[in-house]
Design a binder for this molecule. Structure first.
Ligand code: FES
Ligand code: FES
Length: 157
């Protein structure tokens, strides 16, 4: 099936199985490297992307659902100041160990901080509750999001 959609601001056209997951389309057909495959069952959040501006687990979206829609991966956000601040805050807070889960956490944090620049730790925990990390025990990731919120919040004061 021929499917057109927008990826990171550019129109893409692929000929693929409509039941193939968006995750596989991104990795196998479009060479996107930021999106990671963990559980392939919608449980770990490593494959998170934005679909029409909302976070989704790309392993649970079928290619046949993409026609005319807009997909954004971390590559499409990398020029945004918010992403740079989140990445730097993660590094400074020791939020990153193996790094496998981090693109998904960065997108979850980005979505949260676009709406709320002074989240409580519980709100941060809730915002990243769909993302699993095997290494860090989450506390340092929450520290990293909190630090990013502080820096981004200062800009608006
Ligand atoms: S690989 Fe998609 S949620 Fe785990
Ligand atoms: S840093 Fe290794 S899985 Fe999260």
């Amino acid at each position: 099936m021929n499917i057109s959609f927008i990826l990171n601001g550019n129109k893409v056209n692929i000929d693929t199985d409509p039941l193939k997951s968006l995750l596989r389309v991104l990795k196998e057909d479009l060479d996107v490297v930021s999106v990671k495959e963990g559980c392939s069952r919608g449980e770990c959040g490593t494959c998170t992307v934005l679909l029409d501006g909302r976070p989704v687990t790309s392993c649970m979206v079928a290619a046949g659902q993409l026609r005319g829609r807009e997909v954004v991966t971390l590559e499409g956000l990398e020029n945004k100041r918010e992403i740079k601040v989140i990445q730097d805050s993660f590094v400074e807070s020791g939020s990153v160990q193996c790094g496998f889960c981090i693109p998904g956490f960065i997108i979850a944090a980005y979505v949260l901080l676009k709406e709320n620049l002074s989240p409580s730790r519980d709100e941060i925990r809730e915002a990243v509750s769909g993302n699993i990390c095997r290494c860090t025990g989450y506390t340092k990731i929450i520290d990293g999001v909190e630090k990013a919120a502080e820096i981004l919040g200062q800009k608006n004061e």
